[in-house]
Design a protein around this ligand. Structure first.
Ligand code: SF4
Ligand code: SF4
Length: 187
């Protein structure tokens, strides 16, 4: 398990790990701010994307790992496609999230992280999102057993609501995609 850095040198070691895993050179960022100006979610972040990059550059990795921004990032890649230095900003943030998980991030954004993990494993398991099982799993894990109970009659009336998980064609291909992503994350 990776520990949060207690010093600047430990921060530098974590930054090196993030750069190694993401394959990106964070030091190449020159703070033009284009990533932030195109980010659709920046309004909800505690630090905008270009500030996340700056924090990483100066070794304040702990702030990035524990940031709300790292948890709320949608992985939409808009910032990555706009960066004049061709830095995959989304990839850097995604890698920071993975490192944050491994570091046992303190609980401020626990539910968000749980939901993100549950979403991905639900898609991996079923080939596409199965809302019912995601909701049940999430409420169970967060001990909100009766959460959303009022919505059940409404949801059941929806034509496109499926009680049982969907079956997609070529599920093996989906599993291969996840395997490739995991391999990429480990560098
Ligand atoms: S767009 Fe690229 S160079 Fe500009 S601030 Fe963002 S990461 Fe840095
Ligand atoms: S990937 Fe994240 S940081 Fe980049 S534009 Fe999308 S939401 Fe913003």
């Amino acid at each position: 398990m990776i520990r949060f850095p207690e010093s600047m040198s430990a921060g530098a070691a974590l930054l090196a790990e993030i750069e190694r895993r993401s394959g990106q050179q964070v030091s190449a960022c020159y703070q033009c701010g284009r990533c932030t100006s195109t980010c659709v979610a920046a309004f909800a972040f505690d630090y905008p994307p270009h500030t996340l990059m700056r924090l990483l550059q100066v070794g304040m990795v702990r702030e990035v790992l524990a940031s709300r921004a790292a948890q709320l990032c949608l992985d939409c890649m808009t910032c990555s496609t706009r960066c004049p230095m061709e830095i995959d900003v989304a990839g850097v943030i995604e890698t920071a999230k993975l490192v944050a998980d491994e570091a046992g991030l303190k609980d401020t954004e626990r539910d968000l992280r749980l939901l993100r993990r549950a979403f991905l494993s639900n898609v991996r398991r079923h080939g596409r999102l199965h809302e019912a099982s995601l909701l049940i799993w999430f409420n169970f894990r967060t001990h909100n057993f009766m959460n959303d109970i009022k919505l059940v009659p409404l949801v059941l009336r929806k034509k496109n609501f499926h009680i049982f998980p969907p079956r997609i064609k070529n599920r093996r291909q989906m599993l291969r995609i996840f395997q490739e992503i995991n391999r990429g994350g480990k560098g």
